[in-house]
Design a binder for this molecule. Structure first.
Ligand SMILES: C[S@@+](CC[C@H](N)C(=O)[O-])C[C@H]1O[C@@H](n2cnc3c(N)ncnc32)[C@H](O)[C@@H]1O
Length: 276
């Protein structure tokens, strides 16, 4: 490229990015600025897309992320965009890429579509729209659904992973709702009332067990989608709980004892009080 043309292109690119950043703060409508094919691939890679996934791109532009998910990762994909012309272009692009059967595009406002089916959500949207979407995503998406944001993430929800590869990508795993009181049935309860009290902020959990007027803190409490783990210590023995959350029930395995070969027993819990 001629040197002057090159500088002009760089200047225009910088101006466009500045406007994009400024717009993010002002909560203006999200314009059409496509991810590059490389950006799209980083998003799908960070989400760990597999052929069993259903990838929703919110504000799908010319369909490139959905098409890449189907063509390169064998997934099924759905693109939603408010701009009907872009949706027509996406449908045509999918046909040319030979992935029409595994992709669908809808001309719609994101807020008008039920997103429950998605196992992966991608979005390259300005911060104002991302903030408005947060409650919808948390209410509709199933625990374990992966959300990848390109450049603009959630304000308070900390990403489970953040990558900087030319651009910024943030991975959020939708957490199960575990806040509240849970009655645990496990070997160490020995007929005692074991009430696990959990507080939750997105995927961050903390709390402990109330038992016979005492309190056992839940150490190393972690929530990964619908998978929960924590450690209770009683009489100098660590009880390592791992389980899965399904609505108002949890069940899993607790390991305890000393040395590499731990005792292993099943445990379950049922929710007795819903927390916030
Ligand atoms: C920055 S572009 C990203 C396009 C594509 N996801 C990509 O990464 O190449 C954002 C897209 O969101 C669309 N959009 C903005 N607000 C929307 C809304 N409320 N509902 C659906 N689409 C929307 C715009 O038309 C635009 O195509």
């Amino acid at each position: 490229m001629h040197r002057r043309t090159c500088w002009l292109a760089l200047f225009l690119l910088g101006a466009l990015q500045a406007v994009h950043g400024f717009a993010a703060v002002l909560d203006v409508p999200t314009p059409y600025i496509p991810s590059t094919p490389g950006n799209a691939d980083e998003m799908l890679r960070l989400a760990g897309v597999t052929p069993t996934d259903v990838v929703y791109d919110l504000g799908s532009g010319d369909g490139r992320i959905v098409i890449a998910a189907a063509r390169d990762y064998g997934a099924r994909g759905v693109g939603l965009d408010i701009d009907a012309a872009l949706v027509r272009e996406s449908t045509e692009n999918a046909r040319k890429a030979g992935v029409s059967e595994r992709t669908a595009f809808r001309a719609s406002d994101i807020f008008a579509v039920d997103l429950r089916e998605a196992t992966v959500v991608t979005m390259y949207l300005l911060s104002g729209l991302v903030a408005k979407l947060e409650p919808k995503l948390l209410a509709e998406l199933r625990p374990g659904t992966r959300i990848v944001a390109h450049d603009y993430g959630f304000a308070k929800w900390q990403p489970d992973r953040k990558q900087q590869i030319s651009k910024t990508y943030m991975l959020y795993v939708v957490p199960a709702r575990v806040a509240g009181g849970w009655q645990i049935d496990a070997p160490l309860t020995r007929g005692r009332d074991f009430l696990l009290d959990l507080q939750q902020q997105y995927q961050q959990v903390r709390g402990g067990v109330r038992v016979q007027g005492g309190f056992l803190p839940a150490f190393e409490a972690q929530l990964d989608g619908g998978k929960i783990s924590f450690v209770l210590v009683e009489n100098d023995v660590s009880y390592r709980f791992e389980g899965t959350v399904s609505g108002d029930a949890m069940e899993g395995v607790v390991r305890y004892g000393y040395g590499p070969k731990l005792n292993e027993q099943a445990w379950r819990a049922r929710r007795v009080a819903v927390g916030r």
